[in-house]
Ligand binder design. Structure first.
Ligand code: IMP
Length: 434
């Protein structure tokens, strides 16, 4: 399923996350040597269905379901070591053989228990301006990374350094907790004891992720760089401050995996056939009331990590066009087309207007994005199931027209269309056209 000649493919979310990257990665991983995560942490929830079994992966890359794929966490990931080991044990308990298949960069930062406590406390402190984080300690862990007060996987081999860092961080965290009037406190001894229990297990997985990827590519292997969240949650390009704390876009794939941008020869943007967002912040095409309920129910739009209901909306063209630009997308993968099967008509936003003027760029300010009016086109629905379609020409004409409009509005060709959660419910467009 790799495009002809492609060796290293970054798979990124081109909306607000939850686009179905897990399924796409799983489908593409059949031909991969390595699947590597490059940013984010256990805030991700990648759902992969194999037959009747459903796996929700938070930290372990979605290549795990194939027996020969090596699954790596790059330096750009923030790793909660306890969640990682729990997830590994659960997958092994369900029959996966992960022996010798997992690796973590020694440069990856660790998410510590105090990061989670701070995440919750800081959110409470934001009151009505809360970001709606997943509570997994992601922001505080990246904050320590940028402030140069973080703990990395490689540090686990130096207990004295771990003690120094944890003691300093606990003191700072306790001051914040006191300020936020949170009664709990971090006990550095307890944290260090917990770290001591798992340190060796994590160190045993330490590897040079970038080096492994480069060697695999030199040897003719194929590599997938698995993005988490989406472009509109990118710390630079997203709807700041309602974003996550990492570089979710394709540039982050190079930095976060430890390779140069020239190593990546395809950037596949995964896009839902409509829009969803979980957490707070602007969502121009958001639906309300019964229509929102209908789309949420049909699409099963509840967060894979937190179970929160996702906010649904019509397809937002300006979002995907912008995501195509900041990622340098070479192609799109459209997911969940089947969710729209029963709609009589569909709306698709092609542009935004702000204060009566058509916008050419994408607003930098979340407050401007809150105020834009989407310019909609209404397209006919197809009123028939697409779940059994396996080629582009199997799709009803109205569905193909909808897809063509997405390609035009996003100025990016569609390479895959997913019509259900099963592996084989995937249409490869390039093959169908050839
Ligand atoms: P954080 O990443 O937990 O700090 O959350 C920051 C924002 O990103 C919140 O709006 C979250 O809901 C959102 N977010 C984080 N991870 C995901 C994800 O995997 N899918 C969708 N939204 C996410």
């Amino acid at each position: 399923m790799f495009a002809d000649g492609a060796r290293c493919v970054a798979v990124v979310g081109a909306q607000w996350g939850d686009e179905g990257k897990g399924k796409l990665i799983d489908v593409l991983a059949e031909q991969a040597t390595i699947v590597a995560r490059y940013q984010g942490g256990a805030n991700a929830g990648h759902t992969v269905r194999v037959g009747e079994a459903e796996f929700i992966l938070h930290l372990i890359p979605s290549g795990a379901l194939y027996p020969d794929v090596r699954c790596l966490l790059g330096n750009g990931v923030v790793v909660d070591p306890w969640t990682f080991l729990e997830e590994r044990d659960e997958l092994v308990g369900r029959g996966l053989d992960l022996d010798g298949r997992l690796g973590i960069s020694g440069r990856a930062h660790l998410v510590m228990p105090y990061h989670k406590m701070l995440d919750a406390a800081l959110e409470t402190g934001r009151g009505g301006k809360a970001i709606g984080t997943t509570g997994r300690g992601i922001g505080p862990a990246y904050r320590d990374k940028a402030a140069r007060t973080g703990l990395r996987v490689a540090d686990l081999s130096d207990p004295e350094r771990c003690a120094r860092v944890v003691e300093r961080c606990a003191e700072a965290a306790n001051a914040t907790l006191a300020r936020q009037q949170v009664p709990e406190r971090v006990d550095p001894e307890q944290v260090l004891a917990a770290l001591g229990e798992i340190g060796e297990q994590i160190l045993a997985l330490r590897t040079d992720v970038g080096g492994e990827i480069r060697a695999a590519l030199r040897g003719g292997g194929r590599v997938l760089l698995e993005g988490a969240q989406g472009a509109l949650l990118d710390v630079d390009h997203g709807t700041y401050p309602y974003v996550t704390s990492s570089s979710t876009t394709a540039g982050g794939a190079a930095t976060g995996a430890g390779i140069g941008p020239t190593a990546i020869d395809e950037v596949l943007g995964v896009v839902k056939a409509y829009t969803t967002r979980v957490g707070n912040g602007p969502l121009p095409t958001e639906l309300e009331g019964r229509e929102a309920e209908r789309l949420r129910e049909l699409g099963g739009e509840f967060g894979a990590t937190t179970g929160r209901p996702r906010r649904p909306g019509w397809f937002d063209g300006p979002v995907v066009r912008y995501a195509a630009g900041v990622n340098g997308l070479t192609a799109l993968a459209i997911t969940k087309l089947d969710v729209l099967d029963s709609f009589e008509t569909l709306k698709l936003a092609t542009d935004y207007e702000l204060d009566g003027r058509r916008l050419t760029g994408f607003p930098e300010l979340a407050s401007d994005l809150e105020r834009v009016t989407p310019v909609y086109e209404t397209l006919p629905g197809w009123g028939t199931s697409t779940a059994a379609c396996r080629r582009l020409e199997d799709l009803p004409e109205a569905a193909r027209r909808y897809l063509r409009r997405i390609e035009e509005v996003a100025a990016t060709p569609i390479r895959y269309v997913s019509v259900g959660s099963a592996r084989d419910q995937t249409i490869r467009v390039a093959a169908a056209r050839a």
